[in-house]
Ligand binder design. Structure first.
Ligand code: NAP
Length: 463
C-alpha cells in the first residue's frame, strides 16, 4: 500500500471518490481543504475573501508539507498542482490519481455547489480558462487519470482499487514489451530490473516505465540520471532505453506499456511530431523539433526543452553578438534560445545553404565556417559534434578565441572538449555541454512530474 493522492480541477469528485476509496482500502481519509479550515479556524471562502488567494496558497503549502507520510487517502485542492514544492511533498511514495471531467459536467456541478471565484470571469469561462492554464500541471501530476464525467463516485473508486491490484498494463502487453527490450543493447543488470517490472509476477504492478527514444541511444546518460531522481523523490517509475531504428515501433511499445513519457533524441526529434496529439506551440512548434513527450490521460504532448538548456546559462548576456556554429537539430533550439535573448545571431555552417535555411526561420545572418573572423562575436555556441571523437579538429582555431568571449560547447561527451580547453587557455568564459544537459533535463523532469529539481542536485548526480 502507499498514499493515494487525488488531484484535479474543482468539481471532478476528488472528495467523494477519495472517501469511498478510503472505506474500500480501510485507510484514513484526509482532505487538504478541510485541514486548511481546521488550521485557520475559517472557511476557505472567508480566507479567499479576506486575505486573498496568495495567503490561501501559503497555508495550503504548509498543510501539504505537514501531511502524514504514512498510508492514507488524500484529496487535494484544485490548484495544489501548480506549486512545485507541493508536488515534491505529494508525489513522495504516493500514487497520484488525476480526476477530470468535461466542461459541461464541471459547470453543472459547480453551479449546484458554488466555490470562491478564481477570476472575475463568468463561471463557464472561468472553468475553461483555469483548466487550460493548469493543463500542463495536471498532466505532470497524473500517475493515472480517471474521467468522472459519466461515472459515479463509487464506480470511479472501484477503478482506483482495481488499479492498485493490477496496474494498467495487461500481462500480454508486458510480455511483448519484454521482447522489444531483449535486444542485447540494454546492459544485463538493467534488463534484469525490466524483467521484474514486466514479468508475469511483477514486484509492483504500479511501477511505470519511461525512457529515452533514439537510435542509437545506448550512450544516453538519461537512464542513470532519471532513475537516481526517482530514488531521490520517491517516485515509482523506471527509466530505460527505447532503442530501435523504427520510431513507430518505439511509440507503439510506449503506448502499450502506458509509459509516462519519452525523452527523444537523434534521429527522431522531427520524426516524432506526426505521432503526437498535441505540440507545445510556444517553442516546440517554432523550433520544429520535440525532445520531450508527456503521455497523460490518453494524450501525447510534445515539448522542446533543449532550447531552455541553451538559454539559461546565457541569460545574463542578453543582446550580445553571437555566432552559432552548426545548423542541425541542436542548432534550431539554440537559434530559438539566442534570438529569444535578443542576440544578434550569425549562423555559420559547413554547408552554408543549411545555415541560410535556419537563419531565415529565426531572422539571423548566416555564412560558412570561414566567415567567423568577420563577425567578431561576444558569444560562440558550438552545435556541431566536433570534439566528441579524439581525432576531431576543433571547430575554431586558437587564434580565433579571445578573452572576454563566452564559449558554450553543446557537446557533453567528453565533459571538457578541446574547444573548451582552448577557450579557457585564451581567457574566455566557458560553458560546457553538461550545463545544457542539466538545463534541458531539469525542465523535462518538471514537465513529467511537476517537481523542480535544483540544478546543483543534478550536477551532483551527474558527477
Ligand atoms: P545534427 O542534426 O546531425 O547536426 C550536426 C551539425 O554539425 C550540422 O550542421 C553539420 O553540418 C555539422 N557538422 C557535422 N560534422 C561536422 C564536421 N566534421 N565539421 C563541421 N561541421 C560538422 O546533430 P545535432 O542533433 O544538432 O547535435 C549536434 C551536437 O549537439 C551533438 O554533438 C550533440 O552531442 C550536441 N547536443 C548536446 C546536447 C546537450 O544536452 N548538451 C543536446 C543535444 C545535442 P552539415 O549541415 O554540413 O552536415
Amino acid at each position: 500500500m502507499r498514499r493515494i493522492v487525488f488531484c484535479g480541477f474543482r468539481g471532478t469528485g476528488k472528495t467523494e471518490v477519495g472517501k469511498i476509496v478510503a472505506e474500500l482500502t480501510t485507510l484514513p481519509f484526509l482532505d487538504t481543504d478541510q485541514l486548511i479550515e481546521q488550521k485557520t479556524g475559517r472557511s476557505i471562502p472567508d480566507i479567499f475573501h479576506e486575505d486573498g488567494e496568495e495567503r490561501f496558497r501559503t497555508v495550503e503549502r504548509e498543510v501539504i508539507e505537514g501531511l502524514p507520510k504514512s498510508d492514507a487517502v488524500i484529496s487535494t485542492g484544485g490548484g495544489v498542482v501548480t506549486d512545485p514544492a507541493n508536488m515534491e511533498h505529494l508525489r513522495r511514495d504516493s500514487l497520484m490519481v488525476l480526476l477530470y471531467a468535461d466542461l459541461d459536467t464541471i459547470e453543472e456541478r459547480l453551479a449546484r455547489k458554488p466555490r470562491p471565484p478564481l477570476t472575475g470571469l463568468p463561471l463557464r469561462e472561468e472553468i475553461a480558462t483555469m483548466m487550460e492554464r493548469r493543463r500542463q500541471h495536471y498532466q505532470a501530476a497524473a500517475d493515472f487519470c480517471i474521467d468522472t464525467s459519466r461515472t459515479t463516485p463509487a464506480a470511479a473508486a472501484v477503478r482506483v482499487t482495481g488499479l492498485l491490484r493490477e496496474g494498467t498494463v495487461p500481462a500480454k502487453e508486458r510480455r511483448e514489451a519484454l521482447r522489444f527490450f531483449r535486444t542485447g543493447r540494454i546492459p544485463p543488470k538493467c534488463l534484469a530490473r525490466l524483467e521484474t517490472i514486466l514479468g508475469d509476477n511483477p514486484a509492483d504492478p504500479l511501477t511505470r516505465l519511461m525512457g529515452v527514444a533514439g537510435y542509437p541511444c545506448a550512450h544516453s546518460r538519461g537512464p542513470f540520471l532519471f532513475n537516481a531522481l526517482f530514488n531521490e523523490y520517491g517516485l515509482d517509475y523506471h527509466y530505460t532505453w527505447f532503442e530501435d531504428p523504427e520510431l513507430a515501433e518505439i511509440v507503439d511499445v510506449a503506448r502499450h506499456l502506458d509509459a509516462r513519457g519519452l525523452s527523444v533524441t537523434i534521429p527522431f526529434k522531427q520524426e516524432i511530431i506526426p505521432f503526437l496529439d498535441e505540440i507545445d506551440e510556444h517553442a516546440a512548434e517554432q523550433i520544429g523539433a520535440v525532445n520531450t513527450v508527456v503521455f497523460s490521460c490518453g494524450t501525447a504532448r510534445g515539448y522542446n526543452t533543449d532550447w531552455i538548456g541553451v538559454r539559461k546559462p546565457l541569460v545574463d548576456l542578453k543582446g550580445s553578438k553571437a555566432v552559432l556554429l552548426g545548423a542541425g537539430g541542436a542548432a534550431a533550439g539554440a537559434a530559438f534560445a539566442l534570438t529569444d535573448l535578443e542576440m544578434d545571431v550569425t549562423i555559420l555552417n559547413r554547408t552554408p545553404e543549411k545555415a541560410k535555411v535556419l537563419a531565415e526561420r529565426f531572422g539571423c545572418k548566416w555564412g560558412g565556417l570561414g566567415n567567423f573572423d568577420t563577425v567578431k562575436p561576444d558569444v560562440v555556441v558550438n552545435s556541431t559534434p566536433l570534439g566528441m571523437k579524439s581525432e576531431d579538429q576543433k571547430p575554431l582555431r586558437d587564434d580565433q578565441l579571445h578573452a572576454g568571449m563566452t564559449v558554450f560547447d553543446l557537446v557533453y561527451t567528453p565533459p571538457v572538449t578541446p574547444l573548451i580547453e582552448a577557450a579557457r587557455r585564451a581567457g574566455c568564459k566557458t560553458i560546457t555541454g553538461t550545463e545544457m544537459f542539466i538545463g534541458q533535463a531539469r525542465e523535462q523532469f518538471y514537465l513529467f512530474f511537476g517537481i523542480d529539481v535544483p540544478a546543483e542536485k543534478l550536477r551532483e548526480l551527474l558527477k
